[in-house]
Design a protein around this ligand. Structure first.
Ligand code: AQP
Length: 345
């Protein structure tokens, strides 16, 4: 008879999250994820952060660029405030527990659950016969990333909510199938104004590093001029800003710029419209560009400095992987014992 599944509160609080090095990091990654990662670290919570290079190869990656993007993302994390002494920072493929647990979870997750994942449908589009099996199995690997550390909380952007729900389903089914209280039922942490930053070219589409248009996003590597140019060119409408948020209900591009401003300034969107009520985009956009440059430029400068020494970046990732492995290895060994695998070497 299975025992009741424990809530995360029965497990020590541990944060896990990751970002794919599938391109340069965007303002969406920064506001929806990275900025929050730093806040959690600074709250003194145990934080484990991962550059999920194995997720990145679910779509084709040039090997040379993948290595470069992984180092650049690591530099971006550190430049944004992740301290490798306080947080564990590493790239996924260096800790084998992720791949091993993902296989177990491939055997726990159901085809029906995976088929309902909207991100797979969006990314595969009409081409679903031709995309990699890895793209379909991606959420099981993501569950393994989280549960290899028995992470209780995962800060993410809104787009990852469904994958987090699947992670909870996998943990609950594993606990139930084997009659154990082994995995926590992890909580997503989706907070603040930057949880869904939209494309600068289309306010109904998420800002994404793989969007073919570079104009659709602000990259962490963009310089001040580029940031200002992209914001100036961002799609908007001809109306001035309203004084209440309701006035943005049918104006996705305007709402996006207000949300970005709010997330960068540490304000609520309601405060932003109150402060800029009646402003035309001709004046709001330069104010937003100045704000974006003041927040992003120091990060970009530091990132470029760190990229001068890739040996040091690789050393940090290796040391982080050792610390990550020390947590994950015993957990995955316990999983093998629970499942009934012989471990005799
Ligand atoms: N536009 C966004 N707004 C808020 N949060 C976002 N995140 C991504 N885009 C936005 C959050 O960043 C974290 C890492 O995401 P990821 O790189 O692992 O994958 P993704 O969500 O698929 O991001 P991209 O940029 O769209 O990557 P590609 O183009 O490679 O698929 C997650 O917490 C995510 O929520």
């Amino acid at each position: 008879m299975a025992e009741p599944v424990q809530t995360p509160h029965a497990f020590p609080t541990r944060i896990f999250s990751g970002i794919q090095p599938s391109g340069g990091l965007t303002l969406g990654n920064y506001l929806g994820a990275l900025k929050r990662f730093v806040e959690k670290q600074d709250e003194g919570i145990e934080t484990v952060y991962c550059l999920v290079d194995m997720h990145a190869i679910t779509v084709w990656q040039d090997p040379v660029r993948l290595r470069q993007q992984t180092r650049e993302a690591a530099a971006g994390f550190i430049a944004a405030g992740i301290d490798p002494a306080r947080s564990i920072l590493f790239n996924q493929s260096q800790v084998h527990a992720h791949a091993e647990l993902a296989w177990i979870f491939n055997c726990v997750a159901r085809m029906g659950w995976m088929s309902r994942m909207t991100q797979f449908k969006d990314k595969a589009g009409k081409n679903s016969e031709n995309v990699s099996l890895g793209l379909f199995a991606y959420p099981a690997l993501m569950a393994a990333d989280i549960l290899a550390y028995k992470a209780t909380h995962v800060p993410v952007g809104e787009d990852q909510k469904q994958h987090l729900e699947l992670c909870r389903d996998i943990a609950a089914k594993f606990n139930n199938d084997f009659g154990v209280n082994f995995f926590p039922i992890t909580e997503p942490v989706i907070e603040g104004a930057g949880t869904r930053v939209m494309s600068l070219r289309d306010g109904t589409k998420k800002m994404s590093k793989s969007d073919p248009s570079d104009q659709s996003r602000i990259n962490l590597t963009d310089d001040a001029d580029m940031i200002a140019k992209k914001i100036k060119k961002a799609k908007t409408d001809a109306e001035p800003l309203p004084s209440e948020l309701d006035g943005l209900a049918d104006r996705p591009e305007a709402r996006n710029l207000v949300n970005i401003y709010a997330a960068l300034a540490g304000m609520t969107p309601a405060e932003v419209v109150r402060e800029h009520a009646g402003s035309q985009f001709g004046s709001f956009k330069p104010a937003l560009a100045d704000l974006a440059v003041s927040v992003m430029s120091p990060i970009t400068t530091e990132m470029n400095r760190l990229m001068q020494d890739v040996t040091e970046i690789d050393r940090i990732l290796g040391a982080g992987a050792e610390r990550a492995d020390a947590i994950a290895r015993p957990i995955v060994n316990d999983v093998y014992d629970i499942v009934g695998m012989i471990r005799s070497r």
